[in-house]
Write a protein that binds this ligand. Structure first.
Ligand SMILES: [Zn+2]
Ligand SMILES: [Zn+2]
Length: 335
């Protein structure tokens, strides 16, 4: 029997009787991170990293039954050993290591190999079988160091200020928003945010995260306050009437998809910043190699292309169908 199986409810461990990131309600759910395609409501019990606990409660409800663990701490379920290891994707994100006797599997969840400064840095975990995401599993996806991207954003905000425009940046509320705020906290006299981003930021600040205080945008907020300041909104705000209050403004979108020109035009962005919380092509390859895995399952993104490339390079790989990325609030392929 395989230690982990791919079922219609999610990744299942029959011996330990638990699921990893199930997309149907189950008895025991081990959660890699709090994005909506990985952490879904309705399960009886959740296990995740300590830092994900308040985010899970914010998103799934304060009354869920959830246990937090530290990175590297081991939990036993029916003789199966489970531990969580940093995935570098968003605050609290983890890869799940599952071991029985001498067999070790790792389910990556979403990950990125560049340390973003705020999420615990990705650590490769040696295993025989690795289940990897591959959102950006094509060679065209090749990130620049984040410092270059943040310098470009600073420059863009500065130019907008010179032109008397408001800078509106779109990035989703868990992950991209914290990363932008952490690195750009002194960029404008005030930073204004959409409610979804404000609430997450406020909760994280209350839990001790070094994030700037934001001003919350409400229907009553006078339009004059936005001038020369930075505004952060969720990707869903693009092309909505919510944007009108910022006139005159310049719209910047932060996403890995900005690597492809057409995506920027489609979102009516004035500036596209290639910034992702997922690994790029080289990041995926280096992560797979660092595990030393003898077998790789690919999912979540360009899974067939990435599996084929691994096979051609002597690493047995197979694509598996999951529902991750399908409803992701974040970097679902917009095409
Ligand atoms: Zn994610
Ligand atoms: Zn995902």
């Amino acid at each position: 029997m395989q230690l982990l199986q791919f079922t219609d409810k999610g990744i299942y461990c029959p011996v330990g009787d638990f699921y990893i990131d199930p997309w149907q309600p189950v008895q025991k759910a081990v959660i890699t991170h709090a994005h909506s395609d990985h952490a879904r409501g309705g399960s009886q019990n959740y296990l995740c990293h300590h830092d994900s606990v308040p985010i899970l409660k914010l998103r799934l409800g304060p009354d869920i039954s959830v246990q937090g663990v530290a990175y590297g701490e081991t939990i036993r379920m029916n003789g199966v050993t489970i531990s969580l290891h940093p995935a570098g994707h968003v605050i609290g994100s983890a890869q799940i290591r599952v071991a029985l006797n001498n067999e070790v599997w790792v389910a990556s969840g979403d990950y990125k190999t560049e340390h973003d400064g705020i999420s615990a840095a990705f650590e490769p975990v040696p295993c025989q079988t690795f289940i990897t995401e591959c959102t950006f599993g094509l060679p065209i996806y090749n990130w620049q160091p984040q410092q270059v991207v943040f310098d470009n954003i600073r420059q863009w905000v500065h130019e907008n200020q010179q032109a008397g425009k408001t800078s509106v940046l779109l990035g989703y509320s868990l992950g991209k928003a914290q990363r932008l705020l952490y690195h750009l906290k002194d960029i404008s006299p005030e930073i204004w945010a959409h409610g979804a981003i404000y609430i997450t930021n406020q909760m994280l600040r209350e839990h001790g995260w070094d994030l700037p205080e934001l001003h919350r945008i409400t229907p009553e907020t006078p339009h004059s306050v936005f001038k020369n300041n930075l505004v952060i909104g969720p990707p869903s705000a693009a092309d909505t009437t919510w944007m009108r209050r910022f006139n005159p403004y310049s719209l910047g979108v932060c996403s890995g998809w900005m690597q492809v020109r057409g995506h920027m035009r489609r979102r009516n962005a004035d500036a596209g910043f290639i910034l992702s919380d997922h690994a790029d092509w080289n990041g995926l390859l280096s992560a797979v190699k660092a595990t030393g895995a003898e077998k790789v399952y690919t999912t979540h993104g360009f899974s067939s292309a990435f599996a084929r490339y691994l096979q051609e390079n002597g690493i047995p790989a197979e694509e598996v169908k999951t529902e991750y990325g399908v409803t992701e609030e974040e970097e679902t392929n917009p095409s």
